[in-house]
Structure formats: C-alpha cells, structure tokens
Write a protein that binds this ligand. Structure first.
Ligand code: AMP
Length: 432
C-alpha cells in the first residue's frame, strides 16, 4: 500500500487498531457479502446490537474468572455513573437482545452478526485490540443436530470464501452435573504439577480448574497436554449427546478431529465446544471458535441455551491471503474530468453528475482546482483513470469535449451531444 504522507505519532492509530483503506475495504465487503449469503441459506437473520453494553451483561455471561473479564475488557463509567463495557465478543449482547425481544417456550432465534470487538490484549501479529468478528447464534434449542449443523455451516462458509486447509477440533465441556467428577480428576492430575505452573494456573487450581487446560503459557500447556480425557469422565447423557454431534458431522462429511482437552476461554459453555485453526496464521492460529452455551442474564430467572461461533475477520482475510489470494487494486477513478479555467469548472461538475447518472459501475472524479493542464493530468494519472474528459473555454464555445485515452494518449474531440454514446461504445475496451 502506498503511503506517501508523513507518519507522526499524533496521526497514527492506537496500538492494536488500524485504519482500513481501499482496496482492502473491498475484501471486507466481499467477506460480509459471502457470510450474509451463506447464513441466509441456513435460515439465519442478521442482527445488529450496540457496541457497548452494561458491564454486567459480559461479566455474568462470560464468567468472572475468565481472562477476557479479568484482564481484557474496556470498561468505563459513563456520565450517569453506570459501568459500561465495549463488547469483547458478540454472544452476550446478542443473547441480551434475543431475551429483550422475548422468546416463547419452544421458540428459536437464529441470527448472525458482524462487527468490531474490543479486548485490551497485548498487540501482536494477528492479535488486536479492536478486531472484527462474524458470528452466529442459534438460541432456544438443545439439540445435538443443531450443533452439527452449526459446525457444518461454518465449514461451508470457509469453503465459500476460499479458506481451505482449516482444522476443526471439537470436544465436550459437559453439563454442570458432570463437572464435579471432571474437576476432581483434574485436581488430582494438576495438584502435583502446580508448583511448576504459572501464577494464574496456581490460582485457577482452586478458582476454576478447567481454565488450566487453556493456559497460553508454554510450560503450562506442556503439563495440560497430559491431563485426562474430559469426555470419558462425563455422564452417559453427556457422552451420548457428544456422540450424536460426532455421528452427524460424519454423516454430513465434515472433516474434524476430537480434541479431548479443548475447553475454550469462556465459562458459559456446556456440551459441544469447537475451534478452527489454520496453518496460514502463524502463532495466533485460531480462526474461529464456538460452542453450546447456557447463559443466565442479569435479572433473569431461567438460563438461555444456544449454540454459536465467531470467526475473526482479520484472520479470515489473513488465512485467505496465505493461500495466495491477492487483493485486487481498484482505481480511484475510471473517468477524470479536467476543467481548464474558472468558466469550465461548473460545467465539469455538471458533466460528472450526468455521467454518474447514466453510466453505472464507473467511477468519475472531477478536478475543481483550476490547476494547469499538466497538474490536472498528473492527478488524473494518479487516480488510475483510463479516460480524461478535458474542457476549457474553446471546447465550451465549440460545444465539444476532448476525450483522451490515458493508456494510449490518443485524443479526440467529440461533440458534447454524442459524448455518452461515444463512451458507451468504448466501454469494454477503455475500462476492461
Ligand atoms: P474467541 O471469542 O476468543 O474464541 O474469538 C473468536 C475468534 O476471534 C478467534 O478465533 C480469532 O479468530 C478472533 N480473535 C479473538 N481475539 C482476537 C484478537 N485480539 N485479535 C484478532 N482476532 C481475534
């Protein structure tokens, strides 16, 4: 990307955030369009929820022992003294919105969303403070087939956008009633190793032992790799649920592997959890993650159950780029309008409007600076325009337009009345 302006700290975006320019913006639009198209095929509808919520919406649903809540939320007090938080993920807000609309017993909501998420993490390649997710939630169901369809939909979406080579890993977190025996087995395994593990893990041993499986610290990961297989410790119903999910995925031809120690970072999960990693991403190799959850909203009596996932949009684009997909540069303008002298400027403005109204799909840029022909031609060149339409006092008097092919430098005087037809005839050759 060309950057010929001077960078100074005052104009640079904050660490972990960035500005996005065309043509990259077009990649984002393409990604969003593909997501909409695929998720609509599965009967999901788009929802847009606020970027900030009451802090408790996140604390209550994600769990107060999670890394996101403990270390990463952008929380602030507003002028009314309320504690608000910029959303660190999409599920909690969507569940709040679904609950606000009301969901009758036995009724379902299937929705998808896109948008920025905010986490105060240490910025690194692939790890940002403002990043974007595309996600789905199917709320108000408790069926393992729903889990299988959701994972199949994610896999379909990745194929559709050309992100091949991802690895789907799935596991079960079980139900609350499975937790005591699993926690006991984990305690038995981790206690002798704890002194060699990080401070967070030593605390987790008593506060939230499952989190020890999910620690990012390499030494802790090494220990966690030897921990017992979680599903084998769970009750019959939980194991049957998980087996159904796996059988359904097999039957749909979705490629996955069971990852017996996968727990994922948030506390609201039950039953199925999954993650997709991609080899093109480097150290931060998680492309998407999700699972089944049970969330109790502040003030609600009953929990809401659903299944969903979120994929990092920056990472989807990175993974696609790693597979050789290139961003196509798009010119700022196809047609440049050059007006020489004060009298030509208003007619130039009007001509530009007329072209835009008549020729769809072409970009038209008019120069209002009154600069010299040479300077305006330089600008037209820089914009990538293939055609320059030049008028000064003489052309206006004769009612013609000088049409200059910017590629061949050929120039022709065309009567103003014939201009639209003249451009239309050359559309495919000029703007191929
Ligand atoms: P999570 O909710 O943490 O499982 O995140 C879901 C997906 O969002 C991950 O698989 C990543 O692709 C993406 N993601 C999460 N955190 C970040 C971040 N800080 N920067 C960029 N992408 C992220």
């Amino acid at each position: 990307q060309e950057r010929n302006f001077v960078m100074s700290s005052a104009t640079e975006p904050l660490p972990g955030t960035s500005d996005c320019w065309e043509p990259e913006v077009l990649d984002w639009i393409e990604l969003e369009t593909a997501a909409r198209e695929i998720f609509h095929r599965y009967g999901y509808a788009e929802v847009r929820t606020p970027i900030f919520e009451r802090t408790e919406v996140f604390v209550r649903s994600l769990g107060d022992e999670t890394d996101v809540v403990q270390k990463e939320m952008y929380t602030f007090t507003d002028r009314g003294g309320r504690s608000l938080t910029l959303r660190p993920e999409g599920t909690a807000g969507v569940i709040r919105a679904v609950a606000d609309r009301g969901l009758e017993q036995g009724e379902e909501a299937r929705v998808f969303y896109f948008g920025p998420m905010f986490r105060g993490e240490r910025p690194a390649a692939g790890r940002r403070r403002q990043f974007h997710q595309v996600g789905v939630e199917a709320v108000g169901n408790d069926s393992p087939w729903m889990d299988a369809e959701c994972i199949a939909m994610l896999s379909h979406f990745l194929d559709q956008i050309g992100v091949t080579g991802g690895k789907i890993k799935i596991n079960s977190r079980g139900l609350p009633e499975d937790r005591p025996q699993v926690s006991a087995a984990l305690a038995e395994y981790f206690t002798p190793h704890a002194p060699g593990m990080c401070e967070d893990c030593q605390r987790r041993l008593t506060t939230n032992i499952w989190r020890m499986l999910d620690c990012k610290n390499p030494a802790c990961q090494e220990v966690a790799a030897g921990a017992p297989d979680l599903v084998s410790l769970m009750g019959d119903d939980t194991r049957a649920f998980f087996a159904r999910v796996c059988q359904s995925l097999d039957s749909l031809g979705v490629d996955y592997e069971v990852a017996p120690r996968l727990v994922r970072g948030l506390d609201y999960y039950i039953h199925t959890v999954f993650e997709i990693t991609h080899p093109g991403l480097g150290a931060q190799d998680a492309l998407a993650g999700g699972g089944r959850y049970r969330i109790v909203l502040p003030g609600a009596k009953k929990p809401v159950e659903g299944i969903g996932f979120a994929a990092g949009m920056e990472r989807l684009l990175l993974a696609r780029a790693s597979l050789g997909r290139q961003t196509t540069a798009v010119a700022e303008a196809d047609i440049a309008i050059i007006s020489l002298g004060e009298n030509a400027i208003l007619p130039g403005l009007r001509l530009a409007q007329e072209l835009r109204a008549t020729l769809s799909g072409l970009r038209v840029k008019a120069d209002f600076t009154g600069r010299s022909l040479k300077a305006q031609m330089r600008g037209a060149n820089r914009s990538g325009a293939r055609l320059a339409l030049i008028r000064g006092d003489n052309e206006l008097a004769e009612n013609v337009v000088l049409c200059r092919d910017m590629t061949t430098s050929e120039q022709q005087s065309v009567p103003a009345a014939d201009l639209m037809a003249w451009i239309d005839e050359r559309r495919t050759t000029l703007f191929a």
